[in-house]
Design a binder for this molecule. Structure first.
Ligand code: ATR
Length: 281
């Protein structure tokens, strides 16, 4: 019999991870199964104990448990510990070990879809929530030198930068300053929920001053092309949506669980088809 994997969250019914991982298991002829588990916050400690007791081999963690699960695990990897959030748990020698593949998944997608060497890019991150933190820390960890942040609540961006345990130097900008200085950046990363279905005409920032050739990534993939991506394209920017980050965070978890590399294009296609789209990048 194969191994058992899953994802815990609240809500969980919408998760595309079961579709993606079960297809990857089948395509590699692995007899494993991946289930969505609806776990409310009050049941999280029991659910984690249950995962361990039942011999579940690994699981993903999604909203609202990514932060609160930390003290419930046996070990936390250093990057996940720095970020303060776990999205992937792996059973290692009968211990549950927490990892964070969100930021690393973002970087792998970006390197695949745009360019391999990011070190000298001038990066602006829009937003300072949990997703921005995973991406910021992972970019710093990856050696990117210039990463500025703008956020509606600038104090949150200051806090994010100051709490980074890796050496980093970043400017925190007001949204208006960021809009004015947009031409200085070569890579823009949109991490807020603005522009997501159903509010598809909203955009967090004006891209009036963007330079042609700048790359813009939105971590949203529903819709595939958010308003900021549409407007940036019209200004001569290249763009990526958030599907790549979702696929690669899953692929990294899959590799940790099985030691095998899943077929990325197959994963992208199955998720994109489910979302009703026909163009994936
Ligand atoms: P996540 O974990 O998905 O990143 P989060 O921690 O709630 O979610 O962060 C959401 C981000 O979107 C934050 O940067 C938030 O800005 P604030 O820190 O000012 O709250 C941003 N955001 C959400 N709704 C927004 C809105 N209507 N206008 C501007 N920024 C918004």
């Amino acid at each position: 019999m194969g191994n058992l994997y899953g994802v815990i969250g609240d809500p969980i019914a919408h998760s595309l991870s079961p579709l993606m991982h079960n297809d990857a298991f089948r395509s590699l002829q692995l007899d494993h199964n991946y289930y969505p588990f609806h776990v409310t916050p009050s049941h999280l400690p029991d659910a984690v104990k249950g995962m361990k007791a039942l011999g579940v081999n690994g699981f993903n963690v999604t909203i609202p448990h990514k932060v609160t699960i930390l003290p419930l695990l046996d070990k936390i990897d250093s990057l996940a510990n720095a970020i303060g959030a776990v999205n992937t748990v792996v059973r290692e020698n009968n211990e549950l070990v927490g990892y964070n593949s969100d930021g690393l998944g973002f970087i792998r997608a970006l390197k695949e879809e745009w360019k391999a060497d990011l070190e000298n890019e001038k990066v602006l991150i829009i937003g300072a929530g949990g997703a921005a933190k995973a991406i910021y820390y992972s970019l710093v960890y990856d050696g990117v030198q210039t990463i500025d942040i703008c956020n509606r609540t600038p104090e949150r961006a200051v806090q994010l930068v100051q709490s980074c345990p890796y050496p980093s130097q970043s400017n925190v900008l007001l949204m208006e300053e960021a809009e004015e200085n947009l031409g200085e950046y070569t890579l823009l990363i949109q991490t807020t929920s603005i522009g997501m279905i159903p509010n598809i005409t909203d955009s967090p920032i004006s891209v009036q001053n963007i330079k042609p050739g700048t790359h813009v990534v939105d971590i949203i993939y529903n819709p595939f092309e958010t308003m900021i991506l549409k407007e940036a394209k019209q200004k001569g920017a290249t763009t990526s949506n958030g599907l790549g980050m979702f696929i690669y965070q899953g692929a990294i978890a899959f590799e940790k669980w099985t030691g095998q590399t899943p077929n990325i294009n197959r994963m992208k296609n199955i998720v994109a088809n489910h979302l009703g789209g026909n163009s994936i990048c």
